[in-house]
Structure formats: C-alpha cells, structure tokens
Design a protein around this ligand. Structure first.
Ligand code: HEM
Length: 193
C-alpha cells in the first residue's frame, strides 16, 4: 500500500503512545528507524507487519488495531490535505459511501499503482444502508468498520455497523467480499449507551 497508509499507522501510534510507542511498533515490525514516503508504494506485507506489531505492543487484537486505524484514517487524510476531496464527494453518509469508488479513482491520478477497494451502497430505509465491500486483499473488514465510525463522527451522524454476509471471494479464492448493515442517525441515537 502507498506510504500514506504506513504514515497513518505511525501517526496513530504516536497519538496513542508518543514516539516511544512508535519506536516499539517499528522495531516489532523489523523496521527500525524506517520512515515512509507518502506517494511511494510499499509491499502490503509492511503494513501487515506494522499492524501485527501494534497489536503486540498495545496488547489488543489486530482487528481492534485495524478498527482504530480506520477511524484514525479519516482524521489523518483530512490533516494531510485530502479533506476537500472527501467533502466534494458528498455531505451525507449515503452520498459519501456511494461515491467512494469515484473518490479512490481520483486518487489513482496521483497514485497510479493504487489498488483500491470497491464499495456498493444501497439505502434500505431512512436510517439504514447496506454496504458491500470488495477488495483484492484479505483481513481488512475491521478497518472498514473503523472508517465508518470515523465518517459518522466527521458528519455528526453516528453509526452502528454489523457485518452480515461474507460472499464468495471473487472466484479466485483470494480477496474479500463482505456486506455490512449500517444504521445511522436517529436509529443509533435512540439506542441507549
Ligand atoms: C480522502 C480520503 C481517502 C484517501 C486519500 C484514501 C486513499 C487510500 C489509499 C492511498 C489506500 C491504499 C491502497 C493502495 O495503496 O493500494 C486506501 C485504501 C483503502 N481505502 Fe481509502 N482513502 C480515503 C478515504 C476512504 C474512505 C472514507 C473509505 C471507506 C469508508 C476508504 C476505504 C479504504 C479501504 C477499506 C482501503 C484498504 C484497501 C483494501 O481494502 O484493499 N478510504 N485508500
């Protein structure tokens, strides 16, 4: 994945535990002293090692790291100058989710080796959507849940996400094809904390 992703993992580690935690994560991943160039592609394995090392250092499952990472990604990309692109894609959750593929396609102009996921969004009620997530990669569904948390916070439209269906992985036996039910807005606000 592009270095921007690894930079965001570094930023999350630094937010959670300062430079000391980031140093431990880098070391745990066998990447002592490494830094990343945002617009340069790296092997996916590098990101995987960083997530595994963060899970080890924080004593939480990798899925939780990925969820925290997804939430952080929304903040981090805004801070790195991508906020305008995201807000140009819509001002409500259904709009933004419908336009995610178009947004990643725009990013491909500056990151030609991008291998973006694909999303399909279907509104099934005033406060409920079905979101289908497909990727060449495996294991990143928890990141999508975190991304939805982050988008909900950004829009002031809290979400409640449940994974409902895992489809066939594109015939090749690899990749991900997962559907989420996303409740948002009033539906979530009514649920007591
Ligand atoms: C403006 C904000 C965003 C930027 C700049 C951005 C850019 C990127 C980049 C650079 C990657 C790495 C892919 C690669 O290197 O091949 C990526 C992956 C990904 N993006 Fe985005 N993205 C943004 C927002 C979002 C949002 C809002 C979502 C979903 C709600 C999303 C979903 C994903 C997922 C799930 C991946 C992991 C890769 C995979 O599933 O195969 N992104 N994005």
């Amino acid at each position: 994945m592009y270095g921007l992703v690894n930079q965001a993992v570094a930023d999350l580690a630094q937010t959670l535990g300062g430079a000391a935690l980031w140093d431990r994560v880098r070391e745990g991943a066998g990447l002592q002293g490494a830094s990343f160039v945002a617009m340069e592609p790296y092997d996916d394995e590098v990101t995987g090692r960083l997530v595994a090392a963060a899970s080890q250092a924080l004593g939480i499952p990798a899925e939780e790291v990925l969820r925290a990472f997804g939430r952080h990604w929304v903040l981090f990309t805004a801070q790195e100058g991508y906020g305008a692109l995201l807000s140009a894609m819509g001002s409500t959750l259904p709009e933004l989710l419908t336009n995610l593929d178009a947004m990643h396609a725009r990013i491909t102009f500056t990151m030609p080796q991008l291998r973006p996921p694909s999303f399909g969004c279907e509104e099934v009620g005033p406060t409920r959507l079905l979101l289908r997530y497909r990727s060449h990669r495996e294991g990143l569904a928890p990141m999508v849940v975190g991304l939805l948390d982050g988008l909900g916070e950004l829009l002031g439209d809290p979400v409640d996400v449940v994974e409902v269906r895992e489809g066939p992985a594109g015939g090749t036996g690899t990749g991900t094809d997962v559907t989420f039910v996303v409740d948002h807005g009033a539906a979530v606000a009514r649920v007591p904390a």
